[in-house]
Design a protein around this ligand. Structure first.
Ligand code: ADP
Ligand code: ZN
Length: 718
């Protein structure tokens, strides 16, 4: 008997081994084996095929050992991995490196934590308790709302000395304490909210009925759930996951980035307790391996995570949700496979016969288009739950504003300052977006115009006033601010443009009494910082939350009645065909943060391009109009969703050599099909990064021609 084995290496080759007699009974497709390989004595690979014929003429080595009792994937996941390999032109072994943690054999014992659960206590005892020991009563009261045991540590949010009180209660026999492994979880999730009383609205019910049918069917059903922020999408996911669980099936929840998990996963934990696992890239190798194995043996029914969660070995998947599916965080740029988790999710849904829901307040243009041509079923929630009103939106033309005030470096318009002043007086809160960190993105010489550039990357250095350094936002190169200009020797070096630090400085001058918290990459590097800032803002410790796009999503604050967008044009003119779409989505989403509670909200959008359709439509909250404009443009220029595109990038230390290599590559391509448009070779939009010169060739093919029919998903979501 022979086995074909795939190793996590960068070739398409599969290697054939002999199976020694002693292992014949236990080999299966999908188990890992160790086998002699190359210069290294042994390597781990996965059996991808078993057969009786030797196809390979040379010397055949034997497998040394079988490492798993059961396959590490089920058929659906195995098929998915194969599809990813074909569709994204990536060797199987390399896909596997993404899909399976490298050190599955590492041992890891999760630390234990003390759990508490209330027993049934006679009413008379409770009455006595409420009179004699109000603190103990408070804890009992708190526990009475919980079905599952909760960590004792959580009691510290109810009473100061949770430990002492729970010991006292245990002595009286009112509670039961137990020990439980603490799941690896660095998302900062220390507090689990109480499950909420949910009364679904008629619109929500219709969606649940519609989607629920497919959960029963066990057939692939792809949906686009387009629901405004706050319309109750998350409640819908929770309900569906519950239904899936009752049908004996599991759910995968994809979020665009790890920072969004605490709030989201918290709401799931409130309902499903320990049956929810969080999968993320910040776990240690051992934690990852442990969690992976737990998932593989079916320990959880709901797995929440970012991009790579789509490859976790969840068995019997009935529901896949991609929340905020338009986010670029779902696309893996590097290393290979350069997959899009939304599209992989659709394929996994198809292979598993699962209900697959792409959801968001601002769908991606691709999904919007797929719904328009009938490839995705469409359901929508047009109003927020509870019917809070849309905010009133003001657009300020900053060109005019600067002219009228005579201040050409103006950061904050008169209108925004006035409205902020009102909020401060009324004790309401403000969210400000400036999608650029640092103080200013450019520093330049006023005499000769020379701009300080990164010596490794072809971009300007950002001035960080707080640390008084210049930083490259691509390679993280740093240097001190020069005293004199490199080009002309003059000393008139000044910052230009606006970053979050500059907005902060201006605001502190204007409103000295105001408490402001800045949230960008620089203030959230440390573990848990993101959650901490949001928690404090939520409890009213700050008046203003100022930040980059990381403030745009998933936040739910009742007391925020004003949102300001300092410069809506940041990113609008980037050399990327999705620049307009991204700008629209960001402005539209941030605008949606205002007035989530009972109080009406307002939005002030500052822009230099008030006539740009992306800004205009976002300000009018008119998604349809903008998407139609955008689709027309894309069709004309043969961009996705009207084409398949692929990019080949070349890089190296010497510019000419890189260019030449790209040209040779193109020249060597045989039989170029006529319907494929080729752009380039041309320098990449950022010509140099980390000292490497970069060239690209772009291939475009209209979707009218079905090229790779076998491997392309029928839903053509790509
Ligand atoms: P989205 O995910 O669409 O932004 P959420 O699910 O977060 O919306 O809903 C916004 C708020 O409204 C949440 O606090 C949520 O608990 C509440 N909510 C939504 N639907 C209901 C419902 N049917 N009953 C009670 N509360 C609801
Ligand atoms: Zn750099």
């Amino acid at each position: 008997m022979f086995a074909d084995v795939s190793f996590p290496i960068s070739t398409y080759r599969i290697f054939t081994y002999r199976i020694p007699r002693r292992l014949e009974q236990i080999v299966q497709v999908g188990v890992r084996v160790s086998a002699p390989f190359g210069a290294r004595k042994k390597a781990q690979g996965v059996i991808v095929n078993l057969h009786g014929k030797r196809r390979f003429k040379g010397k055949i080595l034997s497998i040394s050992n079988v490492l798993d009792e059961t396959p590490i994937f089920d058929q659906a996941l195995w098929d998915l991995i194969n599809w990813v390999s074909r569709y994204y032109l990536t060797p199987l072994g390399q896909v596997m490196r993404t899909a399976v943690p490298s050190e599955l054999t590492l041992s890891y014992t999760p630390p234990e934590q003390l759990m508490i659960k209330a027993n049934i206590v006679p009413v008379s005892d409770m009455l006595t308790l409420s009179e004699k020991s109000p603190k103990q009563y408070k804890v009992m009261e708190y526990l009475s709302h919980r079905v599952d045991p909760i960590p004792v540590a959580m009691l510290n949010s109810v009473v100061g000395n949770g430990w002492t009180i729970c010991r006292a209660l245990e002595k009286k026999g009112y509670v039961t304490l137990s020990r439980k492994p603490r799941l690896p979880d660095v998302s900062g999730l220390s507090f689990i909210p109480l499950p909420k009383q949910i009364n679904f609205s008629a619109a929500q019910k219709r969606i649940l009925d519609d989607l629920g049918v497919h959960l029963k069917d066990k057939k692939f059903a792809p949906y686009l759930l387009h629901g405004v922020t706050g319309s109750g999408k998350t409640e819908i996911y929770i309900h569906l996951a519950n239904q899936a669980e009752q049908e004996g099936r599991r759910s995968i929840m994809l979020l665009p980035e790890i920072s969004l998990t605490p709030q989201f996963a918290g709401r799931f934990r409130a309902v499903f307790g320990e049956r929810v696992a969080i999968w993320h890239s910040q776990m240690t190798t051992a934690e990852r391996a442990w969690t992976w194995k737990q998932i593989n043996r079916g320990a959880y029914t709901i797995i929440v995570g970012a991009r790579s969660v789509i490859f976790t070995p969840v068995r019997n998947v009935g529901l896949i949700v991609v929340d905020e599916e338009q986010e670029s965080g779902f696309k893996q740029e590097s290393p290979a496979p350069r997959y899009h988790a939304r599209d992989v999710a659709l394929m996994r849904g198809k292979l598993s016969g699962a209900l697959t829901v792409l959801a968001g307040a601002t769908p991606s243009l691709e999904s919007y288009y797929n719904h328009a041509i009938g490839k995705l079923n469409y359901v929508s929630l047009k109003i927020r739950y509870g019917g809070a009103k849309y905010p009133q939106v003001h657009v300020v033309n900053m060109m005019v504003e600067r002219e009228e005030t005579g201040n050409y470096a103006l950061t904050l318009s008169r209108l925004l300052v006035e409205k902020m002043g009102q909020r401060l007086k009324r004790g309401e809160q403000v969210i400000l977006l400036q999608n650029r960190r640092g103080f200013s993105p450019i520093i330049y010489c006023r005499t000769c115009g020379n701009v300080e550039m990164c010596h490794q990357c072809k971009i300007s250095l950002t001035f960080h006033k707080v640390e008084h350094t210049l930083k490259c936002h691509y390679c993280n190169f740093r240097k001190s601010v020069p005293e004199t200009c490199r080009a002309c020797g003059d000393t008139k070096i000044v910052p230009l443009g606006i970053g979050t630090q500059k907005v902060e400085e201006n605001l502190t001058e204007l409103f000295p009494e105001m408490r402001l918290v800045r949230m960008d990459l620089d203030t959230t590097r440390r573990k848990g910082a993101y959650t901490r800032i949001l928690k404090k803002f939520g409890s009213g410790d700050y008046h203003v939350l100022l930040g980059t796009q990381m403030i745009a999503k998933g936040l739910d604050f009742e007391n925020v009645t004003l949102v300001g967008i300092i410069n809506a044009d940041t990113g609008l003119y980037l050399p990327d065909f999705r620049a307009g779409e991204r700008t629209f989505q960001l402005v539209y989403q941030v605008a949606g943060r205002s007035g989530r509670g009972r109080k009406p909200g307002e939005v002030v959008i500052q822009t230099n391009s008030p006539d740009n359709p992306a800004i205009q439509c976002a300000a009018q909250l008119d998604l349809k109009k903008y998407y139609n404009i955008c689709l027309n443009e894309r069709e004309e220029l043969l961009y996705p969703p009207f084409s398949w595109t692929a990019k080949v990038e070349f890089y190296g230390k010497r510019s000419e050599a890189v260019e030449k290599q790209a040209e040779t590559f193109l020249g060597n391509l045989q039989d170029k099909p006529k319907h494929i448009k080729i752009l380039g070779p041309a320098p990449c939009p950022i010509e140099r990064i980390r000292g490497n010169f970069r060239y690209q060739i772009i291939f475009k093919s209209s979707k009218d021609i079905l090229l790779i029919s076998e491997s392309s998903p029928v839903f053509t979501a790509l």
